[in-house]
Design a binder for this molecule. Sequence first.
Ligand code: CDP
Length: 310
Amino acid sequence: VLCWFYIFPVYRVPSDKEIVEEVLRQRGVWHKNQTGIELYRKLLTDCCNPRRMFAVTKENSPLGKVLWYDGEFYYSHTVNNETYPLFVQGNPLKFPLKKCAVVGNSGILRRSKCGRHIDQADFIMRCNLPPLSKDYVADVGNRTHLVTANPSIIEKRFQNLLWSRKAFVDSMKVYGPSYIYMPAFSMKPCTDLSLRAHYALADSASNLTMLFANPEFLSSVSKFWKAHSVHARRLSTGLYLISLALGLCEEVTAYGFWPFSVGLDEQPVSHHYYDNILPYKWFHAMPEEFVQLWQLHKSGTLRMRVGQCP
Ligand code: CDP
């Protein structure tokens, strides 16, 4: 029995209370660690090659290439004459990306006054088409360079884009001329919804650029975190973006990552800064992800903003 314990030590995710206490103890000090940043960039480049692979491009996905879905077993799409023209030529991002801000959607952002900080970054990534209306600007900012869109939003908020596309196209204007990043080849229903979103934007001469997330990149990032004790059916969108940022940016600050219902001041925190709809319980493992991100914060590799911004 003892031997088994040494081979497979029992790993326990700390309780929410323990995590909050730990964050309170460590919160004040943050020192950038250039060696840690470079090490992580190398690890992520070796495993996942984000520069070349984060989006489906004409370069990495030529006609006839088989894209295996990362969220389905044994389901694939072979790049054909319909899909190939929709891909960007190569990685469109302009390097180097200096200061990047990755904005999660946690309710911890409310009354954080982090908007100005976020907007000062050189490259700003947001998750799941979040609201940026004037009620939220002081806390979350309003500049965006890349925003993810989960196809389920297209389904629920925009009726699968089967009727009017105007509401969708209009609501996208708040993200300016940014990239919209959709997991078109992750699960079967995602493909049609993502292609429809692409056509809706293209037909309206929108200044957003559609990027389809490369399923090979998503599955390599998922394997990377599995090896770092994150066991979830699927990583959260925010962790994919932080991984992308750690691989591409010189400095990364994360805002709005706090998957706990109580804040550092022991006051309740809503799940999102704009609502309190909880995710399906067994799908993500956000507290486990947070523990890993907090380790990176402590080592100076990534900066996590969890309280008010000065
Ligand atoms: O689609 P998903 O459920 O992953 O994301 P979301 O609820 O739209 O939030 C965007 C991201 O913010 C998540 O993927 C998490 O990484 C992060 N988040 C968090 O850390 N704590 C929360 N209470 C809510 C979201």
